[in-house]
Design a protein around this ligand. Structure first.
Ligand code: ATP
Ligand code: MG
Length: 362
């Protein structure tokens, strides 16, 4: 079977280090592994409009920001198709048919949507489009017949729903038109849902608690220095706590033994550093300086690649246009199969036409 990746991001802001560990880093590895036949990376503008419908300018401005972030982390347009969701209308059509296969009650149980609704506090009620976005996500994944979806943990309920829709569709309309995708979560626990610099909720564009991939070294230092650590760790000699300590969560997500050799040779690895912190005697300042160095080495080359592409904006739009064409061709093919399975391909159905003609023959 063809191995296909589908994944994407909402153009609601620049991408942050939560996106990086939750999905982007994996995507680039998978892209370069050569194991996949096709890779589709979607800029989900239509989905972003479900909660930003009154602010289309925000979405419009951020399409290029997300595209620049993709290119800067190493998504290679020769190997991966980057495309814009709203320019593939087959996605909307497929979502409309999927709506019949999902109950309102089933949608109401989605824990990610529940949390997002609490956070967003829509005045005047939940927009129907937002409420249904998990269905449109199922369309995004299945239109491309994706087999692998590398995403963060918040996407788990969406993948479960997608698989339910696929099973239901194939059961009702017969055959095996649609394919059940596999979710690919980060293998490091700290990366499943990276917390924000405030240490509270997950790092999220909508919450203003982000370190962006495009932050300058100066901005990065400032953000790391103001990060949440252990409020009980007042003196250096006090024993420190690791649980809920965002500096250590980020170190879990990013640092390697090589970083210790380069920046903090007092310890061989993170376990040794953690042991010292827990027993007391290791100050937050040292930890933050180390974290800054680790993050800065990771993101320096990314910032440099971004600067290169920032000078080639028309070329970037061209990459999106080409990627969208390829995505659309695949989408059109799947939708034809879907409509045939649903028996709504009336004009191509010679048997139907003959049958109807027969019915009215003298
Ligand atoms: P918004 O606030 O607009 O929803 P977001 O920051 O949640 O933005 P999305 O575009 O919704 O970002 O998510 C894109 C991808 O990044 C998804 O695969 C999601 O699971 C992953 N992701 C987002 N935030 C994190 C995080 N803090 N940790 C790990 N993965 C994340
Ligand atoms: Mg989100």
């Amino acid at each position: 079977m063809e191995k296909v990746i589908l994944t994407g991001d909402r153009p609601t802001g620049r991408l942050h280090i939560g996106h990086y560990v939750g999905s982007l880093r994996r995507r680039v590895e998978l892209q370069n592994s050569g194991e996949f036949d096709k890779i589709f990376i979607m800029i989900a503008d239509a989905q972003a409009l479900t909660d930003n419908f009154a602010n289309p300018e925000k979405v419009r401005q951020n399409i290029i920001e997300v595209a620049l972030d993709y290119l800067s982390v190493g998504i290679d347009p020769e190997k991966s198709n980057i495309f814009v969701q709203s320019a593939v209308p087959e996605l909307t059509e497929l979502s409309f048919y999927y709506m019949n296969l999902v109950s309102v009650q089933r949608l109401q149980r989605n824990p990610t949507v529940k949390t997002e609704l609490e956070m967003r506090k829509f005045e005047g009620g939940t927009p129907t489009g937002f409420f249904c976005y998990p269905i449109s996500q199922a369309a995004d994944i299945t239109l491309f017949k994706a087999t692998t979806v590398p995403v963060g943990e918040d996407q788990k309920p969406m993948l479960e729903l997608t698989n339910e829709i696929v099973r239901r569709f194939n059961h009702i309309y017969g055959g095996d038109v649609l394919i059940e995708p596999q979710i690919l979560l980060p293998d490091n626990a700290a990366c499943l849902r990276l917390p924000g610099t405030d240490g509270k909720a997950k790092m999220s564009k909508s919450l203003g608690n982000c370190i962006y991939l495009s932050d300058t070294a100066k901005e990065l230092k400032k953000k790391v220095n103001s990060m949440f650590t252990d409020p009980q760790h007042l003196q250096i000699e006090d024993p420190g706590h690791l649980e809920g300590n965002t500096v250590f969560t980020y170190l879990d997500a990013f640092c390697t033994d090589d970083d210790f050799a380069q920046f903090l040779p007092d310890y061989k690895n993170l376990d040794e550093m953690k042991a010292h912190y827990t027993r007391g005697g290791l100050g937050d300042g040292t930890c933050k300086k180390f974290l800054y160095n680790v993050l800065n080495t990771r993101f320096e080359p990314i910032r440099e690649r971004r600067a290169y592409w920032e000078q080639r904006i028309p070329e970037v739009y061209d990459i999106l246009k080409k990627g969208t064409q390829v995505a659309r061709e695949r989408g059109i093919r799947t939708l034809e199969e879907v409509k045939k399975a649903m028996q709504i391909n009336y004009f191509d159905d010679k048997e139907l036409i003959a049958q109807q003609a027969e019915k009215y023959k003298g």
